[in-house]
Design a protein around this ligand. Structure first.
Ligand SMILES: NC(=O)c1ccc[n+]([C@@H]2O[C@H](COP(=O)([O-])OP(=O)(O)OC[C@H]3O[C@@H](n4cnc5c(N)ncnc54)[C@H](O)[C@@H]3O)[C@@H](O)[C@H]2O)c1
Length: 331
């Protein structure tokens, strides 16, 4: 599968939290050309300012829902990273557009990739494809259990399952290489507030920096899996180069309770504030669980990937970035 060094790559959704980080990794790894394609409906051009300063990198305003806008940028590309997608917040605000982007969008990308002879497409999927996780450890074979999952998450997760199905179909029918990467909650440089748990972290940081105690919903024992954005960008490059096709969990594999998360955030902020607990069941939008145990064994075996940055170091890096944004008047 295509080597990164010297080749051309397109990132669809290149102005996103993840797309901008993949762009940085591609340039650092010696890619010959990197095209960041985005319609800026959610992402921000400022996220890629530093990338386009490199002459190998360009930004192209384009809409993946218009297939004709993909043909020229895909010409000569060895691989495409399909990062664009509507997360929970945008999906709630506009489910029609969200389903279009998450389903028709990847369909257009796959078709344009086939026509232009692209070797491999890496699709940004989600751990949401499991719905409520009841299998421990949760491997890639676990079923989608959406019993009790709210409607927005059900639509989001369902759209990712369809996206993965389309990737499988293009692989089977046309030999197009693919990997569907199932992420847990992303956090890190270029953090936004479009995902539920990422928003909780940013809100807690804001309160800490305003001298107020961070708020924990419930008793804080609810766990989730957080994965540092640099680890995920690295997984995208490794999946592109790997001689393997399929779906992979790209997660930390560590269950982190909200109490532990806020503890790491307070430490990263150098704060001795004590969190406040707020019990409001109506506010809890993700299924509440106290065990996830998502497996990274398949990604380790087939892609050679493993997470490297733990939650305390990751929170430290996030706080450095958030503080710099605040100092620049952007947060
Ligand atoms: N952020 C998370 O916690 C998380 C967790 C699991 C999976 N994911 C998935 O990973 C991917 C990246 O997440 P992110 O947080 O970096 O996303 P993001 O919200 O930062 O970015 C999405 C990007 O897609 C672009 N976009 C939307 N519609 C488009 C269109 N029609 N044409 C071109 N570009 C379009 C937006 O402008 C934006 O830059 C998404 O597919 C998401 O579903 C994210």
């Amino acid at each position: 599968m295509p080597a990164i060094k010297g080749n051309k790559f397109v990132i669809v959704g290149g102005a996103s939290l993840l797309g901008s980080n993949i762009g940085r990794h591609l340039l650092d790894a010696g890619a010959g050309e990197v095209v960041l394609l985005d319609n800026l409906s959610l992402g921000s051009a400022s996220a890629v300012d530093d990338l386009i300063a490199d002459e190998r990198c360009s930004f192209l305003r384009g809409d993946m829902l218009r297939m004709n806008e993909l043909f020229d940028p895909f010409d000569g590309a060895a691989g495409v990273f399909n990062v664009a997608g509507f997360l929970g917040g945008p999906m709630l605000a506009n489910p029609w557009m969200g389903l279009d982007v998450n389903i028709r969008g990847i369909q257009n990308v796959l078709e344009a990739a086939r026509v232009q002879g692209v070797e491999k497409v890496i699709f940004s999927s989600s751990m949401g494809v499991y719905g409520k996780i009841t299998d421990h450890p949760c491997t890639e074979d676990a079923p989608f259990d959406w019993n009790g999952v709210g409607p927005v998450l059900a639509l989001y997760s369902g759209s990712k399952i369809v996206g993965e199905g389309l990737c499988q179909l293009y692989h089977q029918e046309h030999g197009l290489g693919y990997a569907a990467l199932r992420y847990s909650n992303l956090y890190g440089e270029n953090q936004h507030t479009r995902a539920i748990d990422g928003t909780r972290v940013v809100n807690a940081w804001k309160r800490i920096r305003d001298g107020q105690p961070p708020v924990i919903e419930g008793d804080g024992t609810n766990v989730t899996d957080f994965i540092y954005i640099g680890d995920v960008a690295r997984a995208n490059l490794m999946a592109m180069e790997a001689n393997a096709n399929g779906a992979y969990n790209i997660v930390s594999g560590q269950d982190t309770s909200f109490n532990e998360l806020i503890d790491a955030l307070l430490a990263a902020c150098g704060s001795d504030l004590t969190p406040e607990f707020q019990v409001d069941a109506a506010k809890v939008a993700n299924p509440t669980v106290n065990r996830l145990n998502v497996s990274v064994a398949k990604a380790k075996a087939e892609l050679g990937w493993a997470p490297e940055v733990d939650i305390r170091e990751g929170m430290r890096r996030l706080v450095v970035w958030l503080d710099a944004e605040r100092a620049a008047g952007r947060m």
